[in-house]
Design a protein around this ligand. Structure first.
Ligand SMILES: [Zn+2]
Length: 302
């Protein structure tokens, strides 16, 4: 029988305080800063979260954190192709629905998505908690980037045609609050594309606590397509499309390049295409894209 955990001081976004323990992990040291962790799932709504909360429940010190935000470091340069592919895919998904207008990339890092979008004619805005990243975007790229969380940015109502949240929602302590704000600043026919790990995937089921994408020291929430869509609906957004891919599985494989560029090249040239096919078909399913628009019926009925 599953252990039940009660957390009166950290209720789920649905208000419930009762959780089932679904994963109990040990030190996850792939970034060298791991600790023992649990993944718990709300008994009422099914949303999973990391416990204890990352950063002791305080906002990450983004100015010091150089691995996840897109950081202006040598690491970024050596893995530029990786970051480029991370940024081009959400934009590619967005452009199935919107091809021009005013775009916000929330959690923009060093602005790779912004550059790609600008080059395609979008009017771009970035927002990120990392000051070094925003400074870099201003000075080196000459683009807009506000060093703030979304609420603090105070964008006008119905300001954006397009919003991308690229591997961001799982980091926010209150993603519902962020989604409600996104609803406010999105135009009536606007589109938001978010992507995040999908914890309901084949590798996570096989690997359990060893699945590297739990990232318990930075991911507050562990979404599935169903739990992420439920939050969006709660925020007055209407899911239009869900796309499942196996991106991280592929990237993990190619990451061998960190240790040997020769092996990485061999992987790319030999079994790479087969794995790329698996990634596109979403067989492992470790990544999800969810496309939403404003639910005008809900917005209009308020
Ligand atoms: Zn819940």
């Amino acid at each position: 029988m599953r252990a039940v955990i009660e957390l009166r001081d950290t209720p789920c976004l649905c208000g419930s305080t009762e959780y089932n323990l679904i994963i109990e992990g040990h030190k996850n040291t792939s970034l060298g800063i791991g600790e023992d962790f649990k993944i718990i799932q709300c008994k009422k709504c099914g949303l999973a979260r990391t416990y204890p909360l990352p950063y002791g429940g305080h906002h990450m010190k983004y100015d010091n954190y150089e691995l996840c935000t897109g950081h202006v470091t040598d690491q970024t340069v050596t893995r530029k192709d990786l970051f480029l592919s991370f940024a081009s895919e959400p934009l590619e998904v967005m452009e199935r629905y919107k091809k021009s207008g005013r775009l916000l990339d929330l959690g923009c890092g060093i602005g790779i998505l912004l550059v790609l979008a600008r080059n395609k004619g979008w009017e771009t805005y970035g927002a990120d908690l990392s000051k070094p990243c925003c400074d870099y975007i201003h000075k080196e790229l000459g683009l807009n980037a506000i060093n703030s969380d979304l609420i603090g940015a105070k964008f006008p109502d119905e300001y954006f045609d397009a919003i991308t949240v690229n591997q961001g929602l799982e980091h926010f302590f209150n993603p519902l609050e962020v989604l409600i704000e996104i609803n406010r600043i999105l135009k009536k026919e606007g589109i938001m594309v978010m992507n995040s790990p999908n914890c309901n995937n084949l590798l996570a089921k096989i690997q359990k606590e060893r699945w590297w994408q739990w990232l318990p020291y930075i991911h507050v929430w562990q979404f599935t397509p169903a739990t992420a869509r439920a939050l969006m609906v709660k925020a007055g957004l209407r899911p239009v499309k869900t796309i499942i891919r196996s991106r991280w599985f592929l990237e993990r494989l190619i990451n061998i390049g960190r240790y040997s560029s020769t092996i990485s090249k061999m992987v790319r040239l030999t079994i790479g295409p087969a794995f790329y096919f698996i990634a596109r078909t979403g067989l492992v399913g470790d990544t999800m894209y969810i496309v939403v628009t404003k639910d005008n019926k809900i917005a209009g009925s308020k």
